[in-house]
Ligand binder design. Structure first.
Ligand code: S3P
Length: 173
């Protein structure tokens, strides 16, 4: 085990649709470590879906709750942490994640994200978009410089979940 990762969280960051939650669950099973899905935690703490939270309270409120939930997770036993697509774009969150975790950026081309999100209804940032590809492209353009600050960048294109998961796990260990 790489001395540096002992006691640290394995953190997944990247755009919506890149597979953070599913891969997080896979890694949880593979490793036996606790699984933390930040959106789910926020949703549970606030007793409503992320979409409802955005609608009823606005994005700013969601970002505050997201930051609070992140602080809670980082004080809990180390595990596998799937973030939301925007989490790592905020400096305070980023500093904590880089300090307490080994951060993996799941890099994906916009076409792949768009295809995967085609049927998604739970993404408030896409809900009102008439051109999802364009919206994703803009979001990625703004966030990519931050995602690049992750400890490890790994491309998800043309890789199965098992292959990705195994690669990430071996890198973490
Ligand atoms: C968001 C991504 C979502 C969720 C919220 C905002 C974003 O998470 O946190 O809708 O800002 O990109 P996923 O990346 O799991 O879709």
């Amino acid at each position: 085990n790489r001395a540096g990762s002992v006691g640290r969280h394995l953190v997944l960051v990247g755009m919506m649709g890149c597979g953070k939650s599913l891969l997080g669950r896979w890694l949880g099973r593979r490793s036996g470590l606790p699984i933390y899905d930040l959106d789910r935690i926020v949703s549970q703490r606030e007793h409503r879906s992320i979409s409802a939270l955005f609608e009823e309270k606005g994005e700013l409120y969601f970002r505050q709750k997201e930051a609070e939930a992140l602080r809670w997770v980082l004080s809990a036993p180390a595990g596998i942490l799937s973030t939301g697509g925007g989490t790592f774009a905020f400096a305070g969150n980023r500093r904590l994640l880089l300090e307490h975790g080994v951060v993996f950026y799941l890099e994906a081309p916009v076409d792949l994200l768009e295809a995967r999100l085609r049927k998604s209804r739970g993404r408030p940032l896409l809900a009102s978009s008439s051109d999802r590809r364009q919206t994703l492209q803009e979001l990625l353009g703004r966030r990519e410089p931050f995602y690049r600050l992750a400890h490890v960048t790994i491309s998800i294109a043309e890789r199965s979940r098992e292959e990705l998961g195994e690669r990430i796990w071996q890198t973490f260990c």
